[in-house]
Write a protein that binds this ligand. Sequence first.
Ligand code: BGC
Length: 786
Amino acid sequence: MIFASTMTGQTRQYADGGVKLTSENIDEVMNAMTLEEKAQMLVGGGMDAFVGSGPMLGHQKALVAGAAGITVAIPRLGIPATVLCDGPAGVHIDPRREGDSKTYYATGFPIGTCLASTWNTELVEQVGRAIGNETHEYGCDVILGPGMNLHRNPLCGRNFEYYSEDPIVTGVIGTAMVKGIQSQGVGVSVKHFAVNSQETTRTKVDERVSQRALRELYLKGFEITVRQSDPWTVMSSYNKVNGVYTQGYKELLTTILRDEWGFKGIVMTDWIGKRADLPVRQVVQAGNDLMMPGYAAQAEDVVADVKAGLLDIKDVDRCVRRMLEYVVKTPRFKQYAYSKPDLEAHAAVTRQSATEGMVLLRNEKIKVDGEDAAVSVLPFSKNIKTVALFGVNSYDFFSGGLGSGCVNVPYVVNVLQGLENVGIKTTPLLTELYQNYINYARLKLKADKNPMMWFLDAGQPKLDEIEISERCVAHEVAEADAAIITIGRQAGEGMDRKIDDEFNLSQMEQDMIFRVSSQFHAAGKPVIVIINSGSVMETCSWRDRVDAILCVWQPGEEGGNSVADVLTGKANPSGRLTMTWPVAAADHPSTRNFPQDMDMYSYRETKLWGREIPNEDYTNHEEDIYVGYRYFDTFKREVAYPFGYGLSYTTFAFDNLKVKKTKGDDIEVSITVRNTGDVSGKQVAQVYVSAPQGRIVKPAQELKAFAKTRNLQPGESETLTMLIKQRDLASFDEEHSQWLVEPGTYTIRVGSSSRDIHATASAKVGEYTEKVHNVMAPKQPLNLMK
Ligand code: BGC
């Protein structure tokens, strides 16, 4: 056989008489396929480099070491295997390949939460282009991201991969990311569709949620991104929603995703084999095109069920067609000749995006020796030449989280190196103490490794903090001009966080903060805390003891340099929170129905004594639509830091709010933002809308649009214009299965956080309705919060 040919799109006949796939002969190829080959197209291969050992699949070597999986090749028909690698914070592959002296390190970009905190869609798109380019040049066809689940609760272990508690931020940032990645000729897999809001028992938990909360919150971000950016693939989640596994849920994967939103790509499962309690045919019938990582038994089931008349060949063909439409778009099909990504250019992209995602939570004025008046602690005055650097994570800095979402990075710039790079010294004894401890602790962790905890090999696990004694601090005060304490938090796939020691400070951390702050303050020297975490933590019990708090998230491989850029004022922080920071974890109403102190390996026998275990077998979303600020602002609860919050080194004024109707009842909002301070900076205008009292009870306000200024010089202003479509104001009316905008006067509130509104206006809006399918209703009463 085989075939000299260009991919011109013409039907190709070969010496062996067989037809080979082109972008225009999909029908013909499908006619030439056997049932077994069709079944094979729907079942992929995993990261163990093989696609199973069943009679139909055979072995296929992984094409890219460390990639998460492949789709199956059928050489007879000119169908190549394609490669799926993990994301979302960069390309997750092995840095080395057998028999190859080259390295394949990928750039570690900021985690999703940090990127979303930039509120800068252009910047996120730029990061997407860099990630897409590395996906392409490292021989992959699809990157498994972005992660677009909502931060339903701060304890979810994978929040770091996700963008926000708000679906608009999630959808808009997700859209920018997908556009950026796909502009490079590779695809994304928008995941995990849907309601993968906890890691505990994630492969079996039934997320029970109202149709309204589904439509308005958990599906909304996906809807925006699917409608606006045409993702190549979507990944169904592990969990059930309202009693049905999402991978077998036709109402979700076909009725909503394809019929209502117009999705054209493929749906793949999350990485699980054949499930005992879900027939393979249901997955195919639901419109889940690709089973990952794929088992021979699944392909065998497809064949057997078609032969037995249990599965209609039309259902199989629909999925196969979509698979072939996917394959012909891939670089592997186009026989792309790979080169090398420009890692240096991408390091600059990650440094800038991380800097812009960092959120300054606190910045007090103190009088420092050598200064005439009290000044804000940050940016550092030139008198800060030597700092005492406390906290294990100042040195063992987290660039990203744990699990499939980690990246094998070439290096991580820690806080110590970041400071050294801008000429700030650290006190030698303390630095040596931590460095020696970290060497020991890393080895100890290896020695004590629990093989069940696979995710500890994927990313940097957290090392225990060490005790900082009063005497140690006394020694440091004498030598340093300021103290920096890094508080690190690590989390990841397969585990949720605990309240004690994880959301809250540990005793050792409290002691460290108290000892350092009392002695440094007694000597008139400032204390700065850096939070190096993928998600939210408790701050109210200790924040008044320190002068400044900078949340740097897990900011990617250049993180330490980005931290130094902000501390020294080279960059003015313009990150804003995309989730509420509560006073206590239990303040979120969802905490009541969130697993605590369980882990994914603690699977117990279900239905003990005839009862299912709450938050393990099922999780009731009793809080309904009252997630994040929708709860805190409606019920007027105190928070540590509100949604949208973040300080700057300058100040801004918001003037001249104008609200005008454009097409029909769409609303154009414009506002002029002026830099009223002394240094240049960027500001985010956040547009919240309060609906009039109507038939459906609404949250006090909801974010409907946002925009960020360019870097404004002191005195400079920019007018930002944003569009709110009439449909964007709709609530989901369960009674009539429709989107409904109730007529009346809507209040438009423009602010710099959900609790800091600078200008309001109103707009009269008429009624709007849009019927949708009455699907995915919960099967049990949910005792919803009112
Ligand atoms: C994760 C996905 C990931 C996949 C492949 C799963 O366990 O939930 O996010 O893409 O593995 O590694």
